[in-house]
Design a binder for this molecule. Structure first.
Ligand code: DNO
Ligand code: MN
Length: 358
């Protein structure tokens, strides 16, 4: 298990590389060019700037999260081929600085969705929460007019750019169901996986978060069946999954240790985090500790250990603790605690093995 840490870049993150270097066992940065709009090729000079920043602290840049996929690709519009060409160009440029894995997702319109960025837990820390009923009652169409007027109450994580186009996007997806989305994913993968193979890069699709359909939009990577289908679309080691325990774990029917065993050699990248799922379908992100949430983090680390996992792993989100301010989910302290919990489990498993061998 190679431990990495997401960093949003100089001037775009309250956490510094100097601080990250002091977390035990972190060898690389998970990064992206956040100011390049989806669909455009990433400029080589901006990539090189990141490389210099990481080099100064001895970090590698092997994992990129995310190279976002343009909506026209997900919608299967004729314009997609231009965006796919740009995507391939980005893959090739990233290979030049040594990138090994690219995380991406195929969620229509919205990426991850939460209803509260700072819900207070019993201990006074805050975490991101999803309330099912709030989302179910919300009609995104009714938002369109109010967004134009500037009076809409929007949800965390909704980028202004996409919101401006929300009306036309929702309209465009009206005829696109799950099967159509799968077809468009296949077209995308058939085009990019050969390029990734040539570049020595493994693509790793992130599951849908939450793992069910929201606002009537299709969502396809929600559990084992979807992952199985994704991997069979193009049967190549370069076509893999980012196994995110928090996203998949919001649905208690998902047996994540079983997925790790089944998809073992097709998981270049692991996101490890816990969520507490309530009976009404709400969930809140908790500490990594198994006892604090619904997801069996200890069982997950054991499964990775047992398959001899050599891929990249990161603590995904953390709570805001110890009065830290900054980007919700991406503070320093709780993610660092998460890493130490993961290393504790991992190292304890190793000790057991050594004792067995003696
Ligand atoms: C949620 C997070 C996401 C993820 C992107 C990947 O679990 O990991 O923000 O980074 O959806 O494209
Ligand atoms: Mn994740």
């Amino acid at each position: 298990m190679k431990m990495v840490f997401r960093w949003f870049g100089e001037g775009n993150d309250t956490v510094t590389l100097r601080q990250i270097r002091q977390i035990p066992g972190v060898e690389g940065i998970v990064w992206a060019l956040h100011d390049v709009p989806p669909g455009e090729a990433w400029p080589a000079d901006s990539i090189a700037r990141y490389k210099r920043a990481a080099d100064a602290y001895g970090f590698h840049l092997n994992v990129v999260e995310s190279v976002n996929v343009h909506e026209d690709i997900k919608l299967g519009l004729p314009s997609r081929d231009r965006y796919i060409d740009n995507y391939i160009q980005t893959i090739e440029r990233l290979a030049e600085v040594g990138v090994k894995t690219i995380c991406y997702n195929f969620m229509p319109v919205f990426d991850w969705i939460r209803t509260d960025l700072a819900r207070e837990l019993e201990d006074g820390s805050t975490a991101m929460m999803y309330e099912r009923e709030k989302i179910e009652k919300m009609k995104p169409e009714s938002l369109v007019g109010r967004i134009a007027e500037g009076t809409a109450l929007t949800m965390p994580g909704w980028e202004p750019d996409r919101l401006k186009r929300l009306g036309s996007l929702l309209e465009a997806y009206r005829g696109v169901g799950e099967e159509e989305l799968w077809r468009n994913l296949r077209h995308f993968l058939e085009a990019i996986i050969p390029a990734a193979e040539r570049a020595g890069i493994r693509m790793a699709m992130h599951p849908d978060d939450p793992p069910w359909s929201v606002f009537g939009l299709p969502r396809i990577l929600t559990g084992a069946a979807g992952i199985r289908r994704l991997l069979s679309l193009v049967d190549s080691p370069a076509n893999g999954v980012t196994l995110c325990s928090g996203s998949l774990g919001a649905d208690p029917n998902n047996d994540i240790p079983a997925m790790i065993r089944e998809f073992a050699d097709r998981i270049p990248f692991a996101h490890i985090r816990n969520v507490r799922v309530y009976d009404n379908g709400d969930f809140i992100e908790t500490s990594h500790r198994t006892a604090d949430g619904t997801v069996d983090i200890a069982g997950i680390v054991r499964a990775y250990y047992e398959i001899g996992f050599t891929g990249y792993a990161r603590p995904d989100h953390g709570r805001q603790i110890w009065d830290e301010r900054g980007r919700p989910g991406y503070g320093l302290y709780d993610r660092a605690l998460g890493i130490m919990y993961l290393w504790g489990l991992w190292d304890a498993l190793g000790r057991g093995k050594e004792a067995d061998a003696e």
